[in-house]
Design a protein around this ligand. Structure first.
Ligand code: 3HC
Length: 312
């Protein structure tokens, strides 16, 4: 009987159907989505830390207000995605326990330090730029609640990317030589980790084949990474910065940029928990969780009082 339902499910996916939370789905499809959506949510929440580090040190009130709005957006994206994951039957507590215990992953990019103000502009330009590249296809993900969450999130991400790029343009066009050097230094540190956001090469990606068959992943890791490089290099030229890749070169025949080898040992080291800031990031999240215990208790107490009142 499950065989029949599986075949019907595969036919729906092949027909380009969108699956709703109440629809029957294979256990593996559900598990794959809980894994991806919860880790996506973790990435948004942990992603608040590197940027949050500069809110008190933004150079002007305008930049502070923009950064505050962006960090708040990331928090909202995280909560939105945790809710999308909950439609699959997992709970907030289960997902957060997986993050805090180190069992769940979050995007490796957030394990790098933000050493100067220019990092904030480069994160907006490169990290949010890569995130948009990866999230636009997810607006057509076969699991409808995830696709709907992505549509709203992508709108806010494009503001994130534009504000980052604009702040770099100001530094590169009106800044001192020192400020221009600060931007180039930040690009040198964030370029390769941004390419790693797209995941391992397709040949080394255990989840891609199934995720592409199920319409969860619409474009492969390598193709998205290539799209990102092709779109970003011209922006770097307008900015007047270079990327730290001596092998980068335009291939007129393929109409793509060729680029150097990614250090996959670094990628797996950072994904495995041994990056520059992994321990610090996880400790910050566990500390926030522990210190928030009283807020959760108060909210639950209030909710149960409301419920009792409503029954009276
Ligand atoms: N950091 C950490 N782990 C990564 C990773 C990265 N950059 N890239 C891949 N991985 C992990 C995968 O999660 C998988 O491990 P798992 O099976 O334990 O989950 C393993 O490496 C193998 O990778 P696969 O390519 O086989 O895995 P996927 O098919 O899941 O592809 C992905 C990886 C492209 C990141 C995909 O999961 C995805 O599209 N996720 C949703 C989008 C997302 O998370 N984007 C990055 C977050 S940045 C962000 O959104 C914040 C923004 O606002 C700045």
């Amino acid at each position: 009987e499950d065989k029949q339902r599986s075949e019907a499910f595969e036919a729906r996916i092949d027909a380009g159907d969108f699956i709703e939370a109440k629809d029957w789905m294979p256990e593996h499809y559900r598990k794959t989505l809980v894994r991806q959506i919860s880790q996506h949510a973790h990435s948004e929440i942990v992603g608040m830390l590197p940027e949050g580090n500069w809110i008190t040190r933004a150079p002007t009130l305008k930049r502070k207000a923009i950064l505050l709005a962006k960090v708040q957006d990331e928090g909202g994206h995280g909560l939105y995605l945790y809710s999308a994951a909950e439609t699959l039957g997992t709970s907030r507590d289960q997902m957060l326990e997986a993050l805090h215990s180190g069992k769940a992953k979050y995007s490796s990019i957030f394990n790098y330090p933000t050493l100067s103000w220019a990092d904030i502009g480069v994160i907006g330009w490169l990290v949010d730029g890569a995130a948009i590249m990866n999230q636009v296809p997810l607006c057509r993900c076969s699991y409808a609640p995830y696709a709907r969450a992505m549509i709203r999130i992508c709108r806010e991400e494009s503001f994130h990317q534009r504000q980052g790029y604009e702040s770099l343009l100001v530094m590169m066009q009106n800044g001192t030589a020192e400020q221009k050097a600060m931007v180039q230094d930040a690009v040198n540190r964030w370029w390769w980790p941004s390419l790693m956001m797209f995941g391992p090469e397709d040949k080394d990606s255990p989840n891609s084949e199934q995720s592409m068959r199920w319409g969860i992943k619409r474009i492969s890791n390598d193709d998205l990474r290539q799209k990102f490089v092709d779109a970003t290099i011209p922006q770097a030229e307008v900015l007047g910065v270079t990327v730290p890749d001596p092998d980068l070169k335009w291939n007129a025949a393929t109409e793509h940029y060729q680029f150097g080898r990614i250090d996959w040992a670094e990628f797996w080291r950072v994904v495995g928990g041994d990056g520059p800031c992994n321990r610090e990031r996880l400790a910050a999240r566990v500390k926030a969780w522990d210190e928030g215990e009283w807020v959760r208790e108060a909210a639950l107490a209030h909710a149960s009082k409301q419920a009792t009142k409503a029954q009276a």
